[in-house]
Design a protein around this ligand. Sequence first.
Ligand SMILES: Nc1ncnc2c1ncn2[C@@H]1O[C@H](COP(=O)(O)OP(=O)(O)OP(=O)(O)O)[C@@H](O)[C@H]1O
Length: 327
Amino acid sequence: MSIIVAEDLSKVYPVAVKEPGLKGTLLHFVRRNYRLVQAVQQVSFQIEAGEVVGFLGANGAGKTTTLKMLTGLIHPSSGQVRVAGQVPFRREASFLQNITLVMGQKQQLIWDLPALDSLRINAAVYGISDKELQYRIGELAEMLSLQAKLTQPVRKLSLGERMKAELLAALLHHPQVLFLDEPTLGLDVNAQVSVRDFLREYNQRYGATVLLTSHYMADITALCKRVLVIHQGQLIYDGSLEGLSERFAPCREVKVELAQPKSKAELLSYGDIEAVDGRMVRFVVPQESLTRTVARILAELEVVDLAVTDPPIEEVIGQLFRAGVAV
Ligand SMILES: Nc1ncnc2c1ncn2[C@@H]1O[C@H](COP(=O)(O)OP(=O)(O)OP(=O)(O)O)[C@@H](O)[C@H]1O
C-alpha cells in the first residue's frame, strides 16, 4: 500500500481585497471583499514507502500548500489525503510520530541555546528515553558530522551547520515520512552536498520516504529518480527525471564528428549550430525534426561519430516553468 496518497487534492485561499486610501481602509473594516486564490487544483499522486520524490514547480506553483496539506497544517478545500494510513489534518499523535516537515526558511531550534537543549525538549515531546536520546543523537550527529557543534549556541553556528542541526532535530523521533521544503536553501555548495549525502544515507539506512522541494536541480538529480511537477496548482508531470527531458525538451543536441572540417555556412542547413571546433560540430535540433535531420546528416556528410543528447535538466525545467505546459 502507498504511504502517501493524494486524491483530487485542492486548496482555495480566500484573500481579503482592500481598495487603496483612507476610504478603502474604512470600508475594509465594515465590509470585506474577498477574492479566491486557487493554490492547488485536483492534484493526485501516490508515493510508495522508501521512495525519494522531487516536487518541482516555479515560485507560487503550489508546492508548500501541498506539503502543508500532506502534513495536516492546513485543511484541503476538497479531495482526500492519507499519509502513513492516517488523515493528516487530525494531527493525531501516532501521525505526528511518523512524519516530519523541514522548511529551509523556518527554524525550530532555539536561537540562544545550544542545539542539544532543543533536542532534549524534542525528546521530551516525543517521549524518547535518555538512553535512546543519547544513542540517536550520537548516530545522527555522526552522520551529519556535527558532534562538536551541538553544545554551541545555535546563533553561533554557520548556516550549513544550523541546517544540519535542524535536520537532526526534525529526525530525532525517527519519522517514516520526511517532507522537506527547500532544505538546502541559501547553503554554499559544500554544505548542499553534505546535506544531500546525509539525506541519501538516511533514506538508505531507515528506508524513509522523502518528498523534497528544491530550486537547486543538483539536489533533485542527486536524490530523486521520480519527480512531480506542479504548475499553477496543477500536476503536469509525474514520472522519472529522465522522462522529463523526453517529454518537455523542445530540442535535442546532436554532436557530430566529421571526417573533414566543414564551414559554418555548409552546416547551417542542418540546424542551428551551437559550436564548431575543427571536425566537431554541435547542432541544436527541434524534437519534431530530429529523425529527419539525423538521417540527412548521415546521408549527406561523412560522419565518424554521432550522438544525440538531452539538454541539461536545468534548461528543461527552466523552459517548463517559463512556458507552462498543459498535461
Ligand atoms: N495563506 C495564504 N493565503 C492566500 N494565498 C496564499 C497563501 N499561501 C499561499 N498562497 C498563494 O497560493 C499560491 C501557491 O503558493 P505556495 O506557497 O504553495 O507556492 P510554492 O510553490 O511553494 O512557491 P515557492 O516556491 O515560492 O515557495 C500562490 O499564489 C500564493 O500566493
